[in-house]
Design a protein around this ligand. Structure first.
Ligand code: BMA
Length: 825
C-alpha cells in the first residue's frame, strides 16, 4: 500500500546576513518567513513595499532533515512529491542534485530510492532569484518581448505567478519558496497516477466511465474496483471502469438547485487482492456546455447546465493574498460565501494568478459556483522557444489532469487579454507562431486529451471570427469592456453595447478608512500622499475615480467621504452595466465584473475589500444579480454643454422585469414618483409574468410633466417587484445626477434588537428621504444582509446582522455610525 509522509516540519532557511539557519514555515515563502522573524518591516504598511525589493534579487536556501525508517525503506520506490516550488529551484538530497524546476505551476515527483539513506537524510532546496533567468532571457531575445503591466519587465519569461511582479491592483513581491505541500511517497508495485472521468447522461441515469493511468504503464494483472457514494451511502459499484447511477441527484449552479457531490473511491489491487493504492475524488453529476449556435444576432455564447441555459452572473477572481501561501481555507470560504450571497453563479480564475489551490475548487464545487478557468497567461506576449513550450505543455497536462473532474469546472480559457493586441502578435512570423503554438495547439490538445469534455476557449476576450480581426466582437465570443474607466467614457456607454458575454468591466473605489488604517496612520489619510499612493497601483487611478465621482456627487469633505462616494459611484457604474447586460438577455448571457477580491489593502476594482468587508458594490451586486430583478432604464442623457450649462434629454423611464429563477412565477410591479419634500406625486402597478431567462420591458413611464413642474432635482422614482415571498427587488431612480439634488438633512435613527447572542435586528428610520444609508460598527466584526440602502420618510427598514461574538447593547450603540449621501459634503 502506498504510504505518504508529509515534510512540513523541521524546515529552516538561511538568513544571509547572520548566516544563521532560522525556522521556516512550509508551505510558505521567503517574505513571510523573514517577517515572522521580524527581519523585514510589515510589507503592506505605508510604502514599505519599495524597500523590500531586494528580496527578489537574492538566492534563498531552505533545508530540512527527515528520518528514513523501515516503513519507507522496505518499499521499492520512494518519491519526493513537491506539489509546487516557487520558482527557480534546485533540489538536493544528501548533497546530490535530484531535480530542478523553473515552473511554479508544475508538481514534481522525483524518485529518490537510490539517494535515500537509512536514518537521517538532508533535503535542501535552493531558490535562485527569479530576476536572474529573466534578465538573461531578456538580453538573449528581445523579439517577442511585450508586457503591458509588469513595472520592471520580464515576468512573461518565467512560469511564475504574473501578478506577483506587480499589477495595477497588486504589490510587487516576487517571492520564492515551497508554496504547496511537500511529502515523501513510498510504494512497491504500482500506483494510480490520474483518472479521467467521463459522464454520460441519460434519462434517469448517469453512466460514469473511468480512464485510469497507472504510474507503471502496461502493468497487467492489476485490478481497479470501487464505489460511488452519496452522503455515505453506496449508490453504485465500479466494475470494468464503469459505474451506473440511477436516479441521479444533479449538481446545479447556485440559484438553480442543489449541489450534491458524489464520492468516487477507486482501489488498485494486485492479483492476490492486496490493496496497492486508492484514489478518492468528489464529483458532481452534471453536463456543462458552452453553447455557440448561430442565431439572429450572430453566434450565441452561453453556458448550458443540465440542458438549461443560464445567464452567468459573477466576478473575476484575483489572488486572495499577495503571499498566496497565507490564503487559508477560511479566507477562501469567506470570499466564496460572499460570492454566493451576492447571487453569483460563476467565478473567473483570471490568468495572471495561479491555478488555485484544491480548497478553492472544493468550495466552488460545494457552493455551486461555476469556474471559468484561465490558463496562467496574462497581458503579455510569451516566448515560443522549445524549452518554454515544453514547460507550457507539462504545466497544461498537469493542471488539466488535476482539475478536469471538478463539478464546478465550466471552461478552460487560454489566456487573459493577449488577443487585445493582435497587431503585436502578428508583427513577426516568429511571434505569431509562438502565440498559436501555445494557445491554438498545445493548450487545446492538453484539454482534449486529458479532459475531453470541457470546452477550450483560446483567450478572454476572444473573437471566434479570428483573433486577427480584433477583439470585442458584438456578434460572437466574449468581450472585455473598459471604455468606462480606462477611456473615461460616460457610464451609460455600457447601455450601447450588445455583447454576447461580458467577462470583464469595472470601476475602482477606495477601501474603507478601517482598511486604510491597516497600512497608514489616519493623519496620513490623503489619497495623493505617499502611503495611500502606494496603495493605488493604476497610474491614473486617483484621477479617474475623482473624475467619475465628481460627475455624480458633490465635492467630498474628507477621506471617509471620498471613500464612501467612490464606493457609491462604483456600485452605480456596475449596476448600470450589469442591469443592461441582464436586460439584454438572451442576446447577452453573462456578466462577470472586474474584480471580486483584493490581495492586499488597496484602491481597486474589487467589491470586497482585503479583510472581507463588503464594499457598497457587493451589496449592490446582491441586488442586481438577484434572480428577480426590477430594472429601470433611464432613457436619455445629461450632459454639460458650453459654459457649463446642464442639458438633459431625460424624460422616459422603461421598467423591465428580469428573471432567471427556477420556475416561472408572477409578480406585482409597483412604481411611485416622489417629491423630496412634498411626498408622493403619482403611482402605478402592473401584474407581470416572470418566465425563466427572460427580460421584458413592462412599462414606459413619462415624467415630462412633473419634471417641468417641479424640476428633476426634486424628484425620485421608487420601483419594486413583489412575489409570493414579498418585495424581492426594489430601487430608487433619479432623473438627474444626485449632486444637483437638494437632499434634505435629517437624523437617521436605529433601533437595535438582539435576536440571539450574536444576531441583531436593526430597524432604521428617518423623517426625510436618505440616499445610500451606510451603517458601520467600529471595531466589531459583523456581516449584514444589507447596507448602503435608501431610507424613505416614515418607513422602517430592517437589516439583519451577524457578529463573530456577542456585544452588549450599550457597546453596540456606542459603536454604530451612520451616514447618507447628504453627509458627504
Ligand atoms: C483587466 C484585467 C487586469 C487588470 C484590469 C484592470 O483587463 O485583465 O489585467 O488588472 O484590467 O486594469
Amino acid at each position: 500500500m502506498i504510504r505518504s509522509f508529509p515534510l512540513s516540519s523541521s524546515w529552516q532557511f538561511l538568513e544571509p546576513k547572520s548566516k544563521k539557519w532560522l525556522k521556516a514555515v512550509v508551505p510558505g515563502c521567503i517574505h513571510t518567513d523573514l517577517l515572522r522573524h521580524k527581519l523585514i518591516a510589515e510589507p503592506f504598511w505605508g510604502s514599505n513595499e519599495g524597500d523590500l525589493q531586494w528580496i527578489e534579487e537574492r538566492d534563498w536556501h531552505y533545508r530540512c532533515t527527515f528520518n528514513a525508517d523501515s516503513d519507507i525503506l522496505h518499499e521499492k520506490v520512494v518519491e519526493l512529491v513537491a506539489e509546487g516550488l516557487d520558482t527557480v529551484a534546485q533540489v538536493r538530497l544528501n548533497g546530490r542534485l535530484i531535480g530542478t524546476s523553473e515552473n511554479m505551476f508544475l508538481a514534481h515527483r522525483i524518485d529518490i530510492s537510490n539517494v535515500l539513506r537509512p536514518g537521517k537524510n538532508h533535503l535542501e532546496i535552493f531558490f535562485g532569484s527569479p530576476m536572474k533567468p529573466i534578465r538573461a532571457r531578456l538580453a538573449a531575445n528581445k523579439d517577442h518581448y511585450q508586457e503591458w503591466i509588469d513595472p520592471v519587465g520580464g515576468c512573461s519569461l518565467l512560469r511564475k505567478q504574473q501578478c506577483s511582479f506587480g499589477w495595477d491592483w497588486g504589490p510587487r513581491f516576487a517571492t520564492c519558496g515551497i508554496w504547496l505541500p511537500i511529502r515523501l511517497e513510498a510504494w512497491s508495485v504500482n500506483r494510480i497516477e490520474s483518472v479521467r472521468i467521463v459522464q454520460k447522461h441519460f434519462k434517469n441515469k448517469v453512466e460514469i466511465l473511468f480512464d485510469p493511468t497507472l504510474a507503471k504503464r502496461g502493468d497487467v494483472g492489476l485490478q481497479i474496483t470501487g464505489t460511488v457514494t452519496l452522503n455515505g451511502k453506496v449508490v453504485a459499484e465500479v466494475k470494468a471502469n464503469r459505474a451506473t447511477i440511477k436516479n441521479p441527484a444533479l449538481w446545479w449552479p447556485n440559484g438553480l438547485g442543489a449541489h450534491p457531490l458524489y464520492t468516487v473511491s477507486l482501489e488498485l489491487r494486485d492479483e492476490a487482492g492486496n490493496l496497492l493504492d486508492h484514489w478518492t475524488k468528489q464529483i458532481g453529476l452534471r453536463t456543462i456546455i458552452l453553447d455557440r449556435h448561430k442565431d439572429k444576432f450572430g453566434e450565441s455564447f452561453q453556458f448550458v447546465v443540465n440542458g438549461r441555459k443560464i445567464f452567468a452572473k459573477g466576478a473575476n477572481w484575483v489572488p486572495a493574498h499577495a503571499f498566496i501561501t497565507e490564503a487559508s481555507r477560511d479566507l477562501y470560504d469567506n470570499l466564496l460565501t460572499s460570492a454566493v450571497e451576492a447571487n453569483m453563479n460563476m467565478i473567473r480564475v483570471w490568468g495572471g494568478n495561479v491555478y488555485e489551490k484544491e480548497v478553492f475548487y472544493d468550495l466552488c464545487d460545494e457552493k455551486g459556483l461555476l469556474v471559468w478557468q484561465d490558463f496562467m497567461f496574462a497581458c503579455a506576449l510569451y516566448p515560443g522557444d522549445k524549452e518554454f513550450l515544453r514547460q507550457v505543455r507539462a504545466e497544461a497536462v498537469y493542471q488539466v489532469r488535476r482539475l478536469a473532474h471538478r463539478a464546478s469546472l465550466a471552461l478552460w480559457c487560454g489566456n487573459n487579454e493577449l488577443e487585445q493586441m493582435p497587431q503585436e502578435i502578428v508583427k513577426t512570423a516568429r511571434r505569431k507562431k509562438a502565440y498559436e503554438d501555445i494557445f491554438y495547439r498545445i493548450l487545446p490538445e492538453a484539454v482534449e486529451h486529458f479532459d475531453g469534455v470541457t470546452t477550450y476557449w483560446p483567450a478572454s476576450p476572444h473573437n471566434p471570427e479570428g483573433y486577427e480581426k480584433g477583439f470585442n466582437n458584438e456578434r460572437a465570443g466574449d468581450c472585455h469592456f473598459w471604455d468606462v474607466w480606462h477611456a473615461r467614457k460616460l457610464v451609460k456607454t455600457y447601455e450601447k453595447m450588445k455583447f454576447r458575454f461580458c467577462s470583464e468591466f469595472g470601476m475602482q473605489s477606495y477601501n474603507s478608512p478601517e482598511v486604510a488604517a491597516t497600512y497608514c496612520h489616519p493623519k496620513d489619510f490623503n489619497v495623493n500622499g505617499p502611503e495611500m499612493e502606494n496603495h493605488q497601483k493604476n497610474s491614473s487611478g486617483n484621477q479617474i475615480i475623482m473624475d467619475y465621482v465628481s460627475r455624480l456627487y458633490r465635492f467630498p469633505k474628507d477621506f471617509p467621504s471620498i471613500s464612501y462616494l467612490s464606493q457609491l459611484n462604483q456600485a452605480y457604474c456596475m449596476k448600470v452595466g450589469v442591469e443592461h447586460f441582464r436586460r439584454s438577455m438572451p442576446r447577452t448571457m453573462g456578466a462577470l465584473y472586474w474584480q471580486l477580491n483584493d490581495c492586499w489593502p488597496v484602491a481597486s476594482w474589487s467589491s470586497i475589500e482585503f479583510g472581507g468587508t463588503w464594499k457598497a458594490l457587493h451589496y449592490e451586486a446582491r441586488r442586481f444579480f438577484a434572480p428577480v430583478l426590477i430594472s429601470a432604464h433611464v432613457l436619455g442623457e445629461e450632459t454639460l454643454e458650453k459654459c457649463n450649462v446642464l442639458r438633459s434629454t431625460i424624460r422616459y423611464i422603461d421598467l423591465y422585469s428580469v428573471y432567471d429563477g427556477q420556475k416561472p412565477t408572477r409578480a406585482i410591479m409597483r412604481w411611485s414618483l416622489e417629491h423630496l419634500t412634498a411626498g408622493r406625486l403619482r403611482k402605478g402597478s402592473k401584474l407581470v409574468k416572470l418566465n425563466c431567462v427572460q427580460s421584458v420591458r413592462q412599462l414606459r413611464l413619462d415624467f415630462a410633466k412633473e419634471m417641468s413642474e417641479y424640476g428633476a432635482q426634486f424628484l425620485y422614482l421608487r420601483v419594486s417587484l413583489e412575489t409570493d415571498s414579498g418585495e424581492v427587488s426594489r430601487q430608487t431612480v433619479f432623473l438627474t445626477a444626485p449632486r444637483y439634488m437638494p437632499l434634505p438633512k435629517g437624523k437617521i435613527m436605529v433601533d437595535i434588537k438582539s435576536v440571539d447572542a450574536t444576531r441583531l435586528k436593526l430597524a432604521f428610520t428617518s423623517p426625510v428621504y436618505q440616499h445610500a444609508v451606510q451603517f458601520h460598527f467600529s471595531n466589531i466584526a459583523y456581516r449584514a444582509d444589507d447596507n448602503f440602502f435608501d431610507l424613505y420618510p416614515g418607513e422602517i427598514r430592517t437589516v439583519m446582522v451577524r457578529m463573530e461574538k456577542p456585544f452588549t447593547k450599550a457597546q453596540l450603540k456606542k459603536a454604530i455610525e451612520t451616514r447618507s449621501l447628504v453627509d458627504s459634503y
